[in-house]
Write a new protein. Structure first.
Length: 455
């Protein structure tokens, strides 16, 4: 049975066996997982390239890394605010309304990304010092952040177009383009870092150029080639409408606030790590990159869950949607448990690939082995959140995440770092992720995320 046929069962109100449901989840997840892993490999190689420039270069990128994640999270919130609406309309079989939302999203996303770029321009010189960085790494950190900020429109449009394609059930094209972006990123980074000898700034320029090409291709496949959402030969207004924007705000604002405060918490975490020294900053940022190899499959499955739940709600498929949600979470936990075991076993080798500095490898490997125990519940929080996003239920999960992050992780990180250094920070992270996963599982099983499905 082809994937597109199984996905059409949701819109047509047809029943599906458990094996068909699981097959559909896997078929939607695999392309996204491959793209997520390839993106992680891209950062992995980026860090390896920068890492061979020395520990100061690595620390300069690691210092502003969490802030660039914050920018990405805010852009993602805008994309999801509109793409979840598109998924609901597609599930209901109303493709004209889906395209209407798409047109408005292009304008709103462009305005938002330009606003973020202005903020980046305003703060890039001061940011490294605000984060506790020393003068010897501040310039490189500032330049890296500035280049990424200037490329914000490309990150926003690539994310928006990819999210729209995925919510329509097309996982293959955005996933293939993201893999291509990783290949381009490595090539462009090599050009700018080594051949043109631009160092840390060259790493940012390589990433920005790869993202720009990817954004153009994503928009081409969305606006010209998509059967459901393509706008060629389908004229309509791009003017944002109040009802669409309000709904996008209702879905996206809690996500944006979550990304803002979670990103701020991660920045505070960087501030906690910074006094531990350059080696700790470098080991922390590299270990975070290595760990993402473990949790990226969870995000791939979460994207599939968002698509399935969004279309299921649009189609009014109550029992099927709940079943798909539960199966998705179970699959995510299983996959990330296996990844956690592999990360525990091969932590030293993974860190050694990132840096030739023995102390960085030792500290990073110890952190990864602590984190490995939290991966099953981390998976639960990731995929459950994908389910909730697909249902348009974003406020309470955001509050739960924020309480967990600020109330548990940061408090413990500050306390444990006093005695255990970087390892204490990662102990706090592992405890908090386990706690958050249990909270999200409880909401999945007993909460009211599925209120839109109630009779």
């Amino acid at each position: 049975m082809a994937k597109t046929d199984l996905l059409s069962y949701i819109r047509e109100g047809r029943t599906m066996t458990r094996s068909e449901q699981l097959r559909l989840i896997v078929q939607l997840s695999v392309p996204s997982i491959l793209a997520q892993i390839s993106a992680t490999v891209m950062f992995f190689i980026d860090y390896a390239m920068v890492g061979h420039l020395g520990e100061k270069a690595t620390a300069s990128v690691g210092l502003v890394e969490t802030t660039t994640w914050l920018l990405g999270g805010l852009s993602s919130a805008v994309a999801m605010g509109f793409s979840v609406q598109v998924a609901h309309f597609i599930g209901a079989g109303d493709f004209e309304k889906a395209r209407r939302v798409l047109r408005q999203s292009l304008v709103c996303a462009a305005v938002w990304s330009l606003a973020l770029t202005v903020v980046c321009l305003a703060v890039h010189r001061s940011l490294p010092y605000w984060l506790g960085g020393s003068a010897d790494i501040a310039h490189d950190a500032s330049m890296y952040f500035l280049v990424i900020g200037l490329a914000g429109i490309f990150f926003q449009m690539s994310g928006l177009a990819g999210s729209m394609l995925k919510c329509s059930g097309n996982m293959k094209v955005p996933s293939a383009l993201n893999i291509l972006m990783c290949v381009m990123d490595v090539a462009f980074n090599y050009l700018f870092i080594y051949i043109l000898d631009m160092g840390v700034k060259g790493a940012a320029m390589g990433t920005a150029l790869a993202e720009a090409v990817t954004a153009g291709l994503m928009l081409y496949f969305l606006l010209w080639r998509s059967d459901m959402l393509g706008l060629r030969g389908r004229p309509g207004s791009f003017r944002p409408r109040g009802d669409t924007v309000r709904t996008a705000f209702k879905i996206g604002a809690p996500m944006g606030l979550q990304h803002l405060l979670m990103g701020s918490a991660q920045i505070v975490g960087t501030v906690i790590v910074a006094p531990l020294g350059t080696v700790a900053i470098a080991a922390n940022s590299m270990a975070i990159t290595v760990e993402s190899l473990c949790y990226m499959p969870g995000y791939g499955i979460a994207e599939a869950a968002t698509t399935l739940v969004g279309q299921g709600i649009g189609a009014g498929q109550r029992l099927l949607t709940r079943s798909l949600a539960s199966l998705s979470v179970g699959l995510g936990i299983s996959v990330m448990t296996v990844m956690g075991v592999l990360m525990f076993v091969f932590a030293p080798e993974l860190m050694a690939f990132m840096s030739p500095v023995e102390q960085i490898v030792s500290e990073g490997a110890a952190a990864l082995r602590i984190e490995a125990f939290a991966e099953p519940m981390f998976a639960a929080s990731i995929v459950c959140n994908g389910v909730f996003v697909g249902a348009g239920d974003t406020l309470k999960p955001a509050v739960m995440s924020l309480l967990s992050m600020w109330g548990v992780r940061l408090t413990l990180a500050w306390w444990l770092s006093q005695q255990y250094g970087l390892r204490g920070v990662w102990m706090a992270m592992a405890i908090e992720l386990t706690f958050r996963g249990l909270l999200f599982l409880a909401r999945l099983l007993k909460g009211n995320w599925n209120r839109a499905l109630r009779s």
